[in-house]
Ligand binder design. Structure first.
Ligand code: NAD
Length: 246
C-alpha cells in the first residue's frame, strides 16, 4: 500500500475529486480527515471508507475561516497523533468575467480557492515538518496555465495556487514536498453544475475525446503523496486528457 501509516487531511472531500481521493488514500492505508462544509456528504464519505475497512473522520470545516482550519489541523493531530499529508482541494467559483464579476464573488472565490491554501498550509506546516514524509498537495487547474472566458476570479485564484505551490516548495525543501495537480475536465457534481454548451466546447478540445473521472485524479494524487514520488516537488502535474497540448 502506497500510504500505509500516513495521516492525511483532504479539504473539499465530501464530493467529487476530494471524495474519490479520500477513498483512494484510505485504501492505500492512510487515516483520512474529511474536511468540508457539507456535513451530509462528509459523513457519507466517512461511512464509505469505514465500510471499506479504512479509517476516516469528518471535521466540519469552512476553509475560508481560520478558526475552522485550526480546528481541522488540531483534530487530525488529536485523533491520529500526527500529520503527513495536507491536500488543499476545496474551491469556490464566483461566475463572471473580469468586467462583470461582483466584488463579493471575487472575494469569496479568492478566500476559498487561494487564501485557504496558504492559511491551511501555514497551520499544518509545523506538523508536516515533524513527519518523515510531509507533503502538501494542492488542487490547481488547467486554468492555472491556460485561459477561459467567464471565470476571472477562479482563474486568478488557481494561478495563485500554482505560484504558491512553487513558493512553498522552495521554503519547505528538503523536508516537505509541495505539488499541484492540474485537472482538466473531470466529471463531478461541480462540472454537472456548469452549462452544457461550455462542457461541449471543452470536450471538443480534449484529444482523449472524453471527460476524465475523479478516480483518474485520485490515483495521481495517491502517487504524488507517496514515497514513489519522492523526487517530485515544486511543480504542477497536468491530468487533462491532452487538453493543454493543442
Ligand atoms: N471537476 C473539474 O472538472 C475540475 C477541473 C479543474 C480543477 N478542479 C478542481 O478540483 C477540486 C475539486 O473539485 P470537484 O470538481 O471535485 O468539485 P465538487 O463540487 O464535487 O467538490 C468541491 C467540494 O468543496 C466543498 N467546499 C466548497 N466550499 C467550501 C468551503 N468554504 N470549505 C470547505 N469545503 C468547501 C464542497 O462542499 C464540495 O464538497 C477543486 O479545487 C476544483 O477547482 C476540478
Amino acid at each position: 500500500m502506497l500510504l500505509e501509516g500516513r495521516v492525511a487531511i483532504i479539504t473539499g472531500a465530501a464530493s467529487g475529486i476530494g471524495r474519490a481521493t479520500a477513498r483512494r488514500f484510505a485504501r492505500e492505508g492512510a487515516a483520512v480527515v474529511i474536511a468540508d462544509i457539507d456535513r451530509d456528504g462528509g459523513n457519507a464519505c466517512v461511512s464509505e471508507i469505514v465500510d471499506d475497512g479504512g479509517r476516516a473522520i469528518f471535521v466540519e470545516t469552512d476553509v475560508s475561516r481560520e478558526s475552522d482550519l485550526r480546528n481541522m489541523v488540531e483534530t487530525a493531530i488529536r485523533t491520529y497523533g500526527g500529520l503527513d499529508i495536507l491536500h488543499n482541494n476545496a474551491f469556490w467559483l464566483g461566475v463572471g468575467s473580469a468586467r462583470d464579476v461582483s466584488e463579493e464573488a471575487w472575494q469569496r472565490t479568492l478566500a476559498v480557492t487561494l487564501t485557504a491554501v496558504w492559511q491551511g498550509s501555514k497551520l499544518a506546516i509545523p506538523h508536516l515538518l515533524r513527519s518523515p514524509a510531509g507533503v502538501i498537495l494542492n488542487t490547481a487547474s488547467v486554468h492555472s496555465i491556460v485561459g477561459l472566458t467567464g471565470s476571472a476570479a477562479y482563474q486568478a485564484a488557481k494561478g495563485g495556487v500554482l505560484s504558491l505551490t512553487r513558493a512553498m516548495s522552495l521554503e519547505l525543501a528538503p523536508k516537505v514536498r509541495v505539488i499541484a495537480i492540474l485537472p482538466g475536465a473531470i466529471e463531478t457534481p461541480a462540472t454537472d453544475r456548469s452549462p452544457p454548451d461550455s462542457h461541449e466546447e471543452f470536450l471538443r478540445k480534449v484529444p482523449m475525446r472524453r471527460i476524465g473521472q475523479a478516480n483518474e485524479i485520485a490515483s495521481v494524487a495517491a502517487f504524488l503523496a507517496s514515497d514513489e514520488a519522492s523526487y517530485i516537488t515544486g511543480t504542477g502535474i497536468v491530468v487533462d486528457g491532452g487538453y493543454t497540448t493543442g
